[in-house]
Design a binder for this molecule. Structure first.
Ligand SMILES: Cc1cc2nc3c(=O)[nH]c(=O)nc-3n(C[C@H](O)[C@H](O)[C@H](O)COP(=O)(O)OP(=O)(O)OC[C@H]3O[C@@H](n4cnc5c(N)ncnc54)[C@H](O)[C@@H]3O)c2cc1C
Length: 392
């Protein structure tokens, strides 16, 4: 694709986000799920017809087959709305699951689960974190899967299984090799969610909001849950290796989306302060402290974008492993940039920022989690610092 045709495509996506997707946010903010999902489905069909579906996936499963640098630019544009990635078919956790299955799944899983997932005909979720064990160190996880008579018998409780509500299958991470070294104990197994051994306990209220369907996080349990042996992804004991493989792309895609959120908030902040009279003759935009927030937000957002694009370039040229430390760096850096830009925006809007009359409060409560999921700040800082210190 030439640069000019890529730029033209970005403009088309930006127009879809601004003209079709952002107007639907009111349905999200007022939790009118029955109207929201059919409206989103219609946009998804149009996106497919316009060949803009699944920018994260390779062509053989119907994706756009883009480089990471190209994906980053699209993810920023569609990330401007919390509905954007879903409309383009590149939303977490489906995106990470599809990318993982594309690499590791057997032919049965590819035809029964990956293809309909990649086409957006079904949804999926990823069940690794448990309420009773520290998710920051998943080698502690306690869920088990035992192979008996050609069937996996799965037991365990998981939570923060994003988008489990209405999903057709989950990838569950469970201990299959209890006596192996700690990084070779767990495996990943597919469980269709109509299985009688699976139960969704609740959608967890997060910052006071339960959500529904794709926009939710569930607590779930597996009680003597049986699935055929061929539902194993990859090899036994490869779970942590595959989790790293899944989370690497997942993390950079989150960072790209967060830059889109920062860009949206930045625009909202600038428009608001220019239009808010604060004295008879001046607006908020004339105040030095507000100008400072504008300048700091702009600098932080652009610095994050530069780091993310540098990381994307390393991935494209040298592969994921070569970008491992960059990915840790951008994960905490971009999450903190996001929190500060969203907070600056909310603060400059005063009481309005606290309401659901704008999207800012949604970003504020929903994206606080950015500093926790896919590895909390501390874990990424420790990992980066340890590797840097080795050089001295
Ligand atoms: C909105 C949201 C969506 C999520 N979606 C999913 C999903 O789809 N699937 C899934 O499996 N999981 C999901 N998670 C879970 C997420 O991955 C875990 O919350 C994360 O790994 C942290 O684990 P924990 O919550 O058990 O925190 P803990 O491991 O108990 O850590 C608590 C806190 O301690 C600090 N900490 C941790 N380790 C260290 C350390 N070594 N040194 C110093 N401080 C440390 C950090 O500040 C951390 O936040 C989601 C979480 C959220 C909030």
């Amino acid at each position: 694709m030439t640069q000019s045709s890529f730029d033209e495509m970005l403009e088309r996506i930006d127009a879809i986000v601004k003209n079709q997707i952002i107007p639907l946010e009111t349905l999200l903010l007022t939790q009118q799920w029955d109207q929201l999902y059919p409206a989103l489905d219609e946009i998804r069909q149009n996106v497919k017809a316009a060949n803009l579906w699944a920018p994260n996936l390779p062509a053989d499963v119907g994706g756009m087959n883009l480089s990471t640098v190209e994906l980053g630019q699209i993810a920023e544009v569609s990330g401007q709305s919390p509905l954007g990635h879903y409309c383009l078919g590149c939303q977490a956790p489906d995106a990470g699951n599809a990318e993982l299955l594309h690499i590791y799944a057997n032919d049965f899983i590819k035809s029964h689960f990956l293809l309909p997932l990649a086409q957006g005909e079904i949804r999926s979720c990823f069940a690794m974190t448990e309420p009773a064990t520290a998710g920051s160190n998943p080698t502690l996880l306690e869920a088990t899967a035992e192979l008996i008579d050609d069937q996996w018998l799965i037991n365990g409780r998981k939570w923060f299984t994003t988008a489990a509500d209405g999903s057709q299958f989950t990838i569950v991470m469970a201990v299959t090799e209890p006596d192996a070294p700690k990084h070779q104990k767990a495996s990943m197994i597919i469980v269709p969610l109509d299985n009688p051994g699976y139960r969704m306990i609740r959608n967890i209220p997060v910052m006071g909001h339960e959500g529904k369907g794709y926009y939710s996080h569930s607590e779930v349990e597996f009680v003597n849950c049986k699935v055929p042996a061929n539902h194993l992804i990859g090899q036994r004991g490869q779970g942590f290796k595959m989790a790293q493989q899944r989370l690497g792309p997942g993390r950079i895609q989150h960072c790209m989306r967060w830059i889109g959120i920062a860009r949206r908030c930045f625009e909202i902040m600038c428009k608001h302060v220019k239009n808010r009279p604060i004295t008879g003759t001046s607006t908020l935009a004339d105040q030095a402290v507000i100008q400072s927030k504008i300048a700091e937000s702009y600098a932080a957002m652009n610095a994050s974008r530069t780091l993310v694009m540098e990381t994307a370039k390393i991935i494209d040229e040298a592969g994921w492993a070569a970008a491992r430390h960059h990915i840790s760096m951008i994960k905490f850096e971009c999450a903190n940039m996001l929190q500060s830009v969203v907070d600056n925006t909310l603060q400059s809007m005063g009481a309005l920022g606290m309401t659901d009359d704008s999207i800012v409060a949604f970003f504020y409560r929903e994206e606080r989690a950015a500093r926790i999921y896919d590895g909390p700040d501390e874990v990424h800082k420790i990992s980066l610092a340890k590797s840097l210190l080795k050089q001295f």
